[in-house]
Structure formats: C-alpha cells, structure tokens
Design a protein. Sequence first.
Length: 197
Amino acid sequence: MTSGKDKYSSIFERWQRLAAQSQAGDRQAYESLLQELYPFFQDLFSKKLRGVVDADDVTQESLIAVHRSLASYDTRRSIKPWLYAIARFKIVDHFRRVSRRKEQALPDNLADVTKAEGGANSMEKGETLAHLQEAIGRLPESLREAIQLTKVEGLSYAEASRRVGVAEPALRKRISRAYKSLGDLFSQSLEKDSAEE
C-alpha cells in the first residue's frame, strides 16, 4: 500500500498542466483539476487533523482558495508548494476563526479523537492523537495548561481559572491563543510534509 506522499508525488506535474490549461480557458481542465484536488486535500487534512477539524470544511475552503487564486498562480513553477501553501493558510484560518468564537474546538476529552467514526483504522487514530498531544506539548506552559485543564481533564472554564489562579476571561484568552498556536504548529507540519515529498 502506498503512503499519501507516494500517492500524489507523480501527479503534481499533471496538476500543473491542468492549471495552465485552466488559465487558458479550458473549462474541462479546470473541472478536472478541482475534482482531482478534492481527494488530495481531503487526505492531507484527514491525516493531520482527524477529529480536530472537519476535513470536509477545510477541504472545501482550500478548493475555493484554488479557484480564487488560480489566475495568479505562475504555471512555470511547481504547483506542489502552491497547494501546500493554500493548505497551510486554510488550517491557520480555521484555528483563527475558532479562537474568535466562544466554542470549544478541541474535543472535551482528547481521547475522543481516537473514538471518532469515519473509516480510519485504530493505528491512524492513535497517530492523530499522538500528533495532537505532541503539538499541545509544544505550546508555552500557560497555554498548554489552559488546554490541558479544559480539554484533557474536562474542567469548566470557571474551575480551570480557579486552579490556575487567573480570571476566567484571562483563561479564555489563553485558550484562544492556544488555538492560534496549534494552527501554526499544524501549518508547520504541513510545510515539513511538503518539503519531504
């Protein structure tokens, strides 16, 4: 079985040609490009962010970004870094949006990630949980503690703020900053994957 990286490494040149044809007005090439990019983005986001974000939503946002910026893409350059840049921006955008809302974007219990339905085998789910826990471990102490108390231990904001010794709005601000930082960390992970292909 081939990995996600092997699966797409030979097709970037085709997508580059389809992009050039699309810019020249070839509607069929444009439709083919978007149809072929859908599973690419879906696989990319599912692998890195299963249970953390809705891969379908971020995939759709990425396809919209491809549509909007296709005219400015330089077809003399490889399409791979351009696609990964779009993916990185959409992940960061997602976490920024989440941080502005008063929602809890991460599961209340990170172990719930491993119970998510959707076809991933237990090994993939375990890798996703490990990736998420590793990203949280890279956060600054105050942000990590805010996520740990509310998302891993399941404390309410009021309980967690008392334990940390800060006001609840300050704790919420830490959680908001943690979401932004997680978005940046996942974005860096995608950038690393792009460089390794």
